[in-house]
Design a protein around this ligand. Structure first.
Ligand code: 4AZ
Length: 877
């Protein structure tokens, strides 16, 4: 239709052109008449003007009366005469102008039509089709392309070849040996089309539609009996790039960043470098369909053939910009492939590569008291096909140990027990996989560390340091684990396993505050009957178990299992009804049942935004645009606890004028934040309760980069602290803040979900705390947003540990061995839990603690679910 209109316009323009050219001729004649009667000075001027005309015009001609005629533009001075003898001057000027415009438009349109719209574009597709009523014969099984006659000889395909010629191969379907299958052949094809640019999209559409493809093959074959099914066509796009000496070369998926990469595509990028060079490839931006079976996928190969043994990595999903996506080749070639399915509209990637001289060796001899070493190109993925040896030697009177700070030598699908592919080897022991920090010690002053990577799949590698130690006292003032690691003496026999081989908890005499497990371990007494198998043999929980076929309520009561999830509160604390995975609809509303908007209640644990409609009015799945990160990739922490950009998009930094960052907060809508009431208590010097004192920074990653384009800065309009907040006990430690103007949701700014009042965060659940607070007790704040995974602590146990200071508006979360915790400056910030559907909920607000990261002193957080109604009352959210 659009093209019909365009064609009509072209015809119209031709007509106009014809008409206007007549007009031009007429006006030329008109000028000639004028020229005939002009004389003297005017005539001179006209002559002068004539010299500007083109040659054909300036030649002029003689009429019958011998009057010289010519074509000229009208000199201004003749205007009056013109007015007397013909149409006014402005009419002529306007006409000339219109003509000029129309001609330009016409020329433009013709250029666009022939140069761009009709410009030939090459479209390449490959794929396969199944021909059902073609009997497979052995003659098809030839190494070169089958000759057309051969296929036509089969009497079926014929002209279909015009469409899908040439076939790369004709094979019987899998599972059938040659010649055995009656009437069925799989034809692999590769076809190239040259089409006008304006038809390219329609061709893509047709090639993506299986039914239209089948029709097309049938039509072209002129054989309606041909039974073709399951035909697929993939768009081919192939690029070849060569690294330039000393330069970085970039490439992107087609259309990046303005339009998504094509569906049903097979794209390849062949990367080459000079001989004796290797390639370093980095994905700078990576946004591909979220990984699932059959999803769009990018693969990088350490060769030019896309074969599994040479595959370096398979990538899909969305990676934050800070994620390390650098890969190295072992030789001067690399291949990147993109395979896309029929769905998904993601932008794709931007990548860069450059060449590096191929290092002769990565092996080294390291001497001295201490030193560091890493896998080649760490923290980039180490190259495949590498063997490095580090010969370490410390002074002869000392022994040596190697401490691995970071260790990622993981090959997907390989057992870490035998490490058959990539590995680190020390004293005939192989290490591989993902490991937390560990130490390997030697019994003399030398140690040899070997690293091997095979052809496929590479990882981040390791970062290690070597240290010399005195063999008579390997850990001065400390306890030495059998692994060689040094730990504080107080950690010996305290019930916690601190040495990876548990050597700190063996051969212990239990104290009066401990009980002895059946297997001999000593454990703190308050761990008895806490529902966690601390002994490992369950002996700390056995005496407190309910009889067979009974359910143990959270308050310790035992009830028959049949009474669980029967819509009656048999425990008395709702714990038998609050943890039912099956929805019992329209149960009597209780403290532990979820209330739908229609006032009916359902008994299901945490039904909000879990992707299942549990309320008849769907109210449990409404207002669920929250708790989702823009980046689908969870990063591994490499050498620290730094967050990735956009990993916690609800995190807010609250600054006080002239003091900088003071507290954290969480974004719950485009204009409301949740924080801690204790952040807004006035002090003699500063009125912290005054909204004008505060500025909120959203989308912030690094405190030193607050002017970054991803950051949104807002003033605070209102601070509402909970009127029941007690600044002695820190009970009801919650506040909501209204922003002066709403924020825009972006990849780095998004709200967190608020849990329903009945939402359960069970003891033992892993939860994340984030903030720019102090990184040690009494220490200074972090510049990069920090993250830490901690666990919910049983409320009764926490009350014991923290001297009965825990109210029901508080939740204790931490790691009882110490070392991981929130601290000063994290206050007000989020404690978030990953719930079903990978959605994150605000479980708590950082509130207080007995110091930071101390043993048996978990952090205390405001329990948001308990104050959900208060938040609703003040924000209507
Ligand atoms: C504080 O002063 C603070 N360990 C916050 C949290 C904790 C301790 C202190 C928890 O803001």
């Amino acid at each position: 239709m659009v093209w019909a209109i365009l064609d009509f316009m072209v015809v119209l323009l031709f007509s106009l052109f014809w008409w206007t050219s007549h007009l031009i001729m007429k006006s030329q004649l008109y000028v000639v008449v004028y020229k005939c009667s002009s004389e003297s000075a005017d005539g001179e001027k006209a002559k002068g003007a004539r010299s500007h005309l083109n040659r054909a015009d300036s030649q002029g001609f003689m009429d019958m009366n011998g009057v010289e005629e010519g074509v000229e533009f009208l000199p201004t001075m003749n205007a009056k005469k013109v007015e007397k003898r013909g149409p006014k001057r402005w009419v002529v000027v306007t006409a000339v102008l219109i003509i000029f415009l129309l001609v330009s438009l016409l020329v433009g349109l013709l250029v666009w039509h022939f140069k761009y719209r009709r410009a030939p574009v090459q479209k390449v597709y490959n794929g396969h089709l199944v021909i059902q009523n073609l009997k497979f014969i052995d003659a098809y099984e030839i190494s070169s392309l089958p000759a057309p006659e051969l296929v036509m000889g089969a009497g079926i395909l014929h002209a279909a070849l015009q469409f899908i010629w040439p076939f790369l191969a004709l094979i019987p379907p899998p599972g059938c040996s040659n010649g055995l299958l009656e009437g069925s052949v799989i034809a692999y094809y590769w076809s190239e089309f040259i089409v006008p640019a304006y038809r390219a999209k329609a061709l893509d559409k047709a090639m993506a539609d299986e039914q239209s493809l089948i029709q097309m093959v049938k039509y072209k074959s002129r054989n309606p009996m041909l039974q073709v099914n399951s035909i697929v066509a993939f768009r081919s796009c192939n690029f070849a790039l060569h690294a330039k000496e000393g330069e970085i070369t970039s490439f992107t998926t087609p259309g990046f960043p303005n339009s998504p990469y094509p569906n049903n595509a097979r794209c390849t990028w062949v990367l080459r470098a000079d001989v004796d060079s290797i390639i370093s490839l980095t994905f700078k931006t990576f946004d591909v369909e979220v990984c699932s079976k059959g999803s769009d996928v990018i693969k990088v190969y350490n060769s030019l053939s896309p074969m599994e043994p040479d595959e370096l990595v398979t990538l899909c999903g969305i990676y934050p910009p800070s994620y390390n996506l650098t890969f190295l080749s072992s030789q001067n070639v690399m291949l990147v492939t993109l395979i896309t399915n029929a769905e998904g509209r993601n932008p794709g990637f931007k990548a860069e590569f450059f060449q590096l001289p191929k290092a002769k060796t990565c092996s080294k001899t390291l001497k001295g008291e201490s030193g560091t070493f890493t896998t080649p190109f760490y923290p980039a993925h180490y190259p495949p096909d590498m063997d490095c040896v580090w010969n370490i030697e410390v002074p002869s009177t000392k022994n040596v140990k190697v401490h691995f700070n970071v260790f990622y030598v993981l090959e997907p699908g390989t057992p870490v027990s035998s490490c058959p592919k990539d590995y680190v080897e020390i004293s005939n022991t192989k290490y591989c996989g993902e490991r937390s920090q560990f130490v390997v010690a030697s019994k003399n002053n030398k140690i040899t560390v070997r690293f091997h990577s095979d052809q496929s799949y590479t990882d981040t590698g390791f970062s290690a340091k070597f240290l010399s130690y005195d063999s008579s006292d390997p850990c001065p003032g400390k306890f030495t684990c059998n692994t060689g690691r040094c730990i504080d003496k107080v950690m010996r026999c305290d019930g916690w396993v601190d040495c990876t081989d548990a050597s700190d908890e063996r051969a212990c005499n239990c104290t009066t505050e401990q009980f002895r497990c059946n297997n001999g371990w000593c454990k703190p007494r308050f761990w008895l009957c806490d529902g966690v198998n601390d002994c490992g043999d369950d002996s700390d929980e056995l005496q407190c178990k309910c009889p067979d076929k009974h359910f143990k309520c959270s308050n310790g009561k035992c009830i028959p299992e049949t009474q669980k999830c029967d819509s009656k509160d048999d425990c008395g604390d709702g714990s038998d009804e609050g943890t039912c995975s099956k929805v019992v609809k329209s149960v009597p509303c209780k403290d532990y049942t979820y209330k739908c908007h229609n006032s009916l209640c359902v008994s299901k644990t945490n039904p909000e935004c879990d992707g299942t409609k549990d309320c008849d009015d769907n109210s449990d799945e409404e207002s669920c645009d929250c708790g989702i990160r823009s980046y689908s990739k969870q990063t591994r922490i490499v050498g620290g606890q730094d967050s990735e950009v956009g990993e916690w998009p609800w995190q807010v930094s609250l600054h006080v004028k002239s003091q900088g960052h003071i507290c954290g907060a969480s974004l719950i809508s485009d204009k409301w934040l949740v924080s801690a009431a204790h952040c807004f208590q006035d002090e003699s010097q500063i009125r912290y309760s005054d909204p004008k004192q505060w500025t909120a920074f959203l989308g912030l990653h690094d405190q030193s980069e607050r002017t970054n384009e991803m950051v949104q800065e807002r003033s605070i309009k209102r601070i509402i602290t909970n009127s029941q907040f007690n600044d002695f006990t820190y009970d009801y430690d919650i506040a909501v803040l209204e922003l002066q103007s709403p924020v825009n949701f972006t990849t780095t700014v998004r709200p967190i979900c608020l849990p329903d009042a009945t939402h359960d965060f069970p003891a033992g659940k892993e939860i994340w705390v984030t903030g720019w607070g102090a990184t040690s007790e009494g220490g200074i704040g972090a510049s990069i947003l920090q993250k830490a995974a901690i666990r919910v602590i049983n409320q009764t146990m926490c009350n014991t540990l923290l001297a009965d200071q825990i109210t029901s508006r508080m939740i204790c979360v931490g790691i009882l061995t110490g070392g991981i915790d929130a601290c000063q400056g994290d206050s007000g910030g989020p404690l978030v839990s990953v719930e079903s559907n990978n959605r994150l909920f605000l479980a708590g607000v950082v509130s207080w603690g007995d110091g930071c990261a101390r043993r048996n002193k978990p952090g205390v957080y405001t329990r948001v679910s308990k104050l959900r109604d208060w938040i609703k009352q003040h924000t209507s959210l």
